[in-house]
Design a protein around this ligand. Structure first.
Ligand SMILES: Cc1cc2nc3c(=O)[nH]c(=O)nc-3n(C[C@H](O)[C@H](O)[C@H](O)COP(=O)(O)OP(=O)(O)OC[C@H]3O[C@@H](n4cnc5c(N)ncnc54)[C@H](O)[C@@H]3O)c2cc1C
Length: 235
């Protein structure tokens, strides 16, 4: 059983926490976009409970694996993961999943995410940017309910500053005008077209709640992307 130890953890927002597992003893090979499965015992449950979490860190970092977890109310594993102390150990398996990015799929990448669905997209973006992959062109659209829900808030400006080939587009869906000076509303075809130009030759990765993913697939089609370059993950 692959038992992994929590070596660090920090809050990203009021209800989202990143947990860093130690993988120094036995690193795994994974592709950006894939997930791990966390398994633990819970009182009142006969069998261990297991849940999937997208890997938020990049394959360049082999010593540790980060996941970013939103606490559900009520929620079993997400409550545990957002509370456990550094030093806690649990079973972690993987990597798993066919939702993954490889440079052979194309280096012009359109990332469309909502809420905690940003985690695999963050890994994909950083994989391309940190790796200084030649020819990479990364356009990310991120939709959150309120300004308080922006995950990796401190990281985005740094990524934009350090990488001319990274475009970060943020929109807030449920804020009053006085609460948010940036863009309001959902991700739309027109917004992507106006800000990214022609993306019909891009490969897209979408992640978020089911309804959002369906809407983003339609947007990708309207933007001229063929079906085999539209990749989706929902939870
Ligand atoms: C491939 C994949 C990747 C994922 N990656 C991430 C990720 O990166 N980050 C992330 O935060 N999540 C991710 N998830 C979701 C994650 O796996 C869990 O589903 C999530 O954390 C909730 O698990 P839980 O045990 O806390 O909630 P559960 O206890 O399973 O509850 C799930 C839902 O049911 C509701 N519920 C539970 N009990 C009741 C009840 N008695 N009455 C009414 N409603 C109830 C809860 O409100 C909650 O919304 C991913 C899922 C998949 C499939």
């Amino acid at each position: 059983m692959p038992i992994r130890r929590v070596v660090d953890a920090w809050m990203e927002t009021h209800n989202v926490r990143t947990i860093r597992f130690d993988f120094r003893d036995d690193p795994i090979d994974f592709k950006a976009g894939q997930f791990i499965v966390c398994k633990d015992e819970f009182r009142g449950y006969k069998r261990p409970v297991q849940r999937a979490y997208s890997i938020a860190s990049t394959p360049w970092q082999r010593d540790f694996v980060d996941i970013t977890v939103k606490r559900e109310l009520p929620g079993l594993m997400s409550a545990r993961l957002t509370e456990i102390p550094v030093g806690y150990e649990m079973e972690v398996t993987g990597p798993s999943g066919k939702y993954l990015y490889e440079t052979s799929r194309g280096k012009k990448v359109l990332l469309l995410g909502a809420g905690s669905g940003i985690t695999p997209l963050y890994s994909i973006a950083n994989y391309l940017l940190e790796g200084n992959i030649e020819g990479a062109d990364v356009m990310l659209y991120y939709s959150v309910r309120s300004p308080a829900d922006i995950i990796y808030e401190a990281q985005w400006p740094t990524m934009v500053r350090d990488h001319a080939n990274f475009q970060f587009n943020l929109t807030v869906t449920r804020a009053k005008p006085q609460e948010w000076a940036g863009r309001h509303g959902r991700i739309s075809t027109d917004w992507v077209r106006q800000t990214a130009g022609d993306v019909s030759d891009a490969v897209s990765y979408i992640c978020g709640p089911t309804a959002m993913v369906g809407a983003m697939e339609d947007i990708c089609r309207e933007l001229g992307l063929p079906e085999d370059r539209i990749n989706t993950e929902k939870w």
